[in-house]
Write a protein that binds this ligand. Sequence first.
Ligand code: UDP
Length: 480
Amino acid sequence: MEATKNITHIAVVPSPGFSHLIPILEFSKRLVHLHPDFHVTCIIPSLGSPSTASIDYLNSLPSNNIHSFFLPPISISELPQQQSPAFQSKLAMTKSLPSLREILNSLMCSKTSPPLAALVADTLAYEALDIAKELNISSFLFALWSPALCSFHFQIPKLDETILGEYPDYPEPFVIPGFVPLHGRDFPEFCQHRSSEAYKMVVHRDKRLPSLDGIMLNSFIEMGEETAKVLANNKGSGHPPVYLVGPIISQTGLMNEKDRPECMTWLDKQPPRSVLYVSFGSGGTLSQEQLNELALGLELSGHKFLWVLRAPSSVANASYHSASSSNENPKEFLPKGFLEKTKDQGFIVPSWAPQIQILSHNSVGGFLSHCGWNSTLESVMHGVPLITWPLFAEQKLNAVILNDALKVAVRPKVNKKGIVEREEIKEVVKTLMESEEGKGIFKRITDLKEAAANAMKEDGSSTVTLSQVAHIWKNKGVLQ
Ligand code: UDP
């Protein structure tokens, strides 16, 4: 990059993992597209080797005003096992801080690029923002959070001080400003056990939020109007300004015919809105018992399905840091005879599928999802109603947003053992795909899709907000 006075240079730091890397890079692409006088350096901490999906994505980036490189990888064997992927990502970031500091220092003194104006970090890479303070540049968080989740995190330090015992045991729902009453059992996974390392990490981070210059949410007003209002009027609350700049999802180009995977050709042959897409994100897994029930429930529903299948595990997030590199053949774990019986009804894709292309295909009429925030936004942006099947992290809270606040989804009931039984699966699929209730859900998600598209227009709320943030960085100050 040539040193030029008119370029504003920022650094972005994702946390390890595909689903945290892509959004911050898509954000960077949008920033430089709308504001070509920006340059972004993306510094990527990694845990083990990055996935093929991440590398393919990085290779496709425009190289003129976004530069990216990996920090020396942290080996998964250096980290405590049996911890959640989120906590492992955070620990990998902690271990990467010395190399990150070195690079940021060199960028500040570089003769070939302007000094940094701001550092933007993912929520699990928040410790990087301490370095922003040391360098006296703006510190911003880029969060894959709904307005409700942001409001929730603002409450955590207070809840931690005032509530005794575990949140799920609390008899009353909690008040999260601007949001529907929230039961402790629907709190994010990291808040289910207060003695866990993940919970301590979140409290530690959330106590530090007030010191930041801003929090950007990959969300838009209509994903939570009341909460967004509360967040917009938070001056004097001690919390940093919150900027809704999304929904930003991956913009994958059209594939040429030769590279088009078989599942897309199969979708081409199905009637409009007839197929239920089933996927649990980049690393979600089911137990063997649950996998059997899901298979049999899909079969009983009689509806077409496209299922991204992973080998079962007793741990719901078992594949998070290794999803696309598993060597197991997940089809071997399906109930006996299932593939033969459903050969005209369903299509199974082992481990990984082109989700955005699938959701944008007009044969897809529903999405059975684990409610990761990216999947949630992708479904909304394509107007695909959901069956919510939260597994870990903040997915239960996202499910509450989709079911109770926005009413764009149905949620299956779990039995006492925590299993969704086949009959229940059949019922929710039928409700979504063929009932009057399903039609209402479709209408609401179609409206939400339009609101999402409007937010991203040239004069849309999220575009205007991003320009405000760009303006702050250009002036290297903090908007008061
Ligand atoms: N994804 C995909 N193909 C798959 C599974 C996931 O392209 O087979 C993408 C999906 O489109 C989304 C991301 O991986 O962008 C998953 O992110 P999300 O926040 O939904 O869930 P997480 O992986 O963090 O649990």
